[in-house]
Write a protein that binds this ligand. Structure first.
Ligand code: ADP
Ligand code: ASP
Ligand code: MG
Length: 424
C-alpha cells in the first residue's frame, strides 16, 4: 500500500467523458489498495476564457495602474478548478469510490501575497491524510491557495503541476503522477517534431532548464519543488485505457521519471531542445560606457517586475560608447520602454529600438559539462539552414539562441536532428 498524488491537466478533464475516464484511472489505484489524493486543473480553455473576461473589464474608476485588481483576477480565474474538482468527486462517487472535493482555502494551501503569481508557503495536509487513511479520495483544486490577506490566490499559469508536487510533498506521498495529453517528457515538443523520442528518465536539472526555457509540459516551480523535496514525479498520459496492462505498475509506471542525475545510467550529451515564443529584443544605442550604467538600466526594470533575459553588450571602436541589447517577454515591451525612457536622462543613451515576435531556441544537456564543441555544432547547423542568430547565452548545461519567429520550427527540427535525437 502506498500514497499517491495524481494530477490531471486541462485536456485530461476537458469534458464529462474525460472526467469519467479520469475517475477510472483513480479507481484503478484505489482498487490496488493505495491512498490517493487527486489534483485537478480547470477544463481545457476555461482558464483562458476566465482571464479574457477579466481583461475585457474596464479598470477601476480613477485607477492609475493599467492593470486590473489582482485579488479579483484571482477570484475569477480560480473558479475553473472548483468546477472540475466537484465534478470529479461526483464521477468517483458514481463508480463507488468514496471522494470529497477540496478547494485551496479548505485544506488550507497557504500562499504568499503575490496575487496572480503566488508561491505556496505551507500546506496543512492533516485532515485529508486522515480521510485518505480511511479510504476517502481527496480531490484538490490545483492552481490556487489562500493568501495571508485571507483571499484566494492563484499560482501563475500552469500552476496545477506545482499544486500537485506541493501536495505530494506535504502528504509525504510515495509518488506524484502528472497525467497529461502526452505520454511523457520528449526530447522536444512532440507537436513540433514528430520524430521526438520519449525519455524514460530526465534529471531534475535538465527538466528545470527545459521547463524554464519553454517546455510547458511541467511548470518550472513544480520541478524545483520536486527536486528540493525529493518527490518521485512521473509524467504520463491520461489518454491511455486506464485498465491497459502495466498502467497500474507501481515501480515502473509508463511515462517519464524526473529524478536525480545519478539515477540515469546512459547520459547523452544533449537531452532535449526547448523553445520559447513571444520574445522581444530591446536595443539601446550609444550608451555611455562607464560604471553604473547597467545598474541604472536593469535596476529599474527589475523593480518594474520585468524579466530581462539575454543581455549582449558591444563596445564602440573608441571605447567611449556601448550598445546594449537584451530580451524581455513580448508582453512586457511597452512597460520596459516606458521604464527605459524614464531612465534615459540619468543613464545617457542616444536611441532605443525594439523588435517583437522572436523565438529563443535552447539546447539542453548535462553532458555538455564535459563535452566541447556542442555550441559550435548548433551554430553551424543553423547557418546551413540560413537561420540568422541574433543573440546567444550559455550556461553549464544549456545554450540558448535567439532567432526570428518564422524560423522557430525549422530551428527546433534542425537542432533535434543534428544532435542525433530523432527517433529511428
Ligand atoms: P496539461 O493541460 O496537462 O497541464 P500542458 O498543455 O500544460 O498540459 O502540457 C502538455 C504539453 O506540453 C504537450 O501537449 C506538449 O505539446 C507540450 N510540450 C512541450 N515540450 C514538451 C516536451 N519536451 N515533452 C512533452 N511535451 C511537451
Ligand atoms: N488552469 C490553470 C491554467 O490553465 C492551471 C493549470 O492548468 O495548471 O493555467
Ligand atoms: Mg500544464
Amino acid at each position: 500500500m502506498a500514497r499517491i498524488v495524481m494530477k490531471f491537466g486541462g485536456t485530461s478533464v476537458a469534458d464529462l467523458d474525460r472526467i469519467h475516464n479520469v475517475a477510472r484511472h483513480v479507481k484503478r489505484e484505489v482498487d490496488a489498495g493505495h491512498q490517493v489524493a487527486v489534483v485537478v486543473s480547470a477544463m481545457s480553455g476555461k482558464t483562458n476564457e476566465l482571464v479574457g473576461w477579466v481583461q475585457g473589464m474596464p479598470k477601476a474608476c480613477g485607477a492609475s495602474s493599467p492593470l486590473y485588481d489582482a485579488r479579483e483576477y484571482d477570484a475569477v480565474v480560480a473558479s475553473g478548478e472548483q468546477v472540475t474538482s466537484g465534478l470529479l468527486a461526483i464521477a468517483l462517487q458514481s463508480i463507488g469510490v468514496d471522494a470529497r472535493s477540496w478547494q485551496g482555502w479548505q485544506i488550507p494551501i497557504r500562499t504568499d501575497n503575490a496575487h496572480g503569481a503566488a508561491r505556496i508557503v505551507d500546506i496543512d495536509g492533516s485532515e485529508i491524510a486522515k480521510r485518505m487513511e480511511r479510504g476517502q479520495v481527496a480531490v484538490v483544486t490545483g492552481f490556487q491557495g489562500l493568501a495571508p490577506d485571507n483571499r484566494i490566490a492563484t499560482l501563475g499559469r500552469g500552476g496545477s503541476d506545482t499544486s500537485a508536487v506541493a501536495v505530494a510533498a506535504a502528504l509525504k506521498a510515495d509518488r506524484c503522477d502528472i497525467y497529461t495529453d502526452v505520454d511523457g517528457v520528449y526530447t522536444t515538443d512532440p507537436r513540433v517534431e514528430p520524430r521526438a523520442r520519449r525519455l524514460a528518465k530526465i534529471s531534475f536539472e535538465e527538466m528545470l532548464e527545459m521547463a524554464s526555457l519553454g517546455a510547458k509540459v511541467l511548470q518550472v516551480r513544480s520541478v524545483e519543488l520536486a527536486m528540493v523535496h525529493k518527490v518521485r514525479t512521473f509524467v504520463r498520459s491520461s489518454f491511455e485505457d486506464p485498465d491497459a496492462p502495466g498502467m497500474g505498475d507501481f515501480e515502473n509506471p509508463p511515462g517519464t521519471l524526473i529524478c536525480d542525475e545519478e539515477e540515469i545510467v546512459e547520459q547523452q550529451v544533449v537531452t532535449g531542445i526547448a523553445y520559447a515564443k513571444d520574445e522581444a529584443q530591446i536595443s539601446l544605442r550609444r550608451v555611455a560606457d562607464r560604471p553604473g550604467v547597467s545598474a541604472g538600466l536593469f535596476g529599474p526594470l527589475a523593480e518594474a517586475n520585468i524579466n530581462v533575459d539575454m543581455i549582449v553588450q558591444n563596445i564602440s571602436e573608441d571605447g567611449s560608447k556601448t550598445d546594449i541589447t537584451f530580451t524581455v517577454p513580448t508582453g512586457d515591451v511597452e512597460k520596459a520602454l516606458a521604464v527605459l525612457n524614464k531612465a534615459r536622462e540619468s543613464v545617457g543613451f542616444d536611441a532605443v529600438q525594439s523588435e517583437s515576435g522572436l523565438v529563443k531556441v535552447s539546447v539542453i544537456g548535462i553532458g555538455m559539462r564535459s563535452h566541447a564543441g556542442v555550441a559550435a555544432t548548433a551554430f553551424k547547423a543553423l547557418a546551413d539552414k540560413g537561420i540568422n542568430i541574433r543573440a546567444i547565452t550559455t550556461s553549464e548545461i544549456k545554450i540558448s539562441i535567439l532567432i526570428d519567429g518564422p524560423y522557430a520550427e525549422l530551428a527546433v527540427r534542425t537542432l533535434h536532428s543534428v544532435y542525433g535525437l530523432d527517433k529511428h
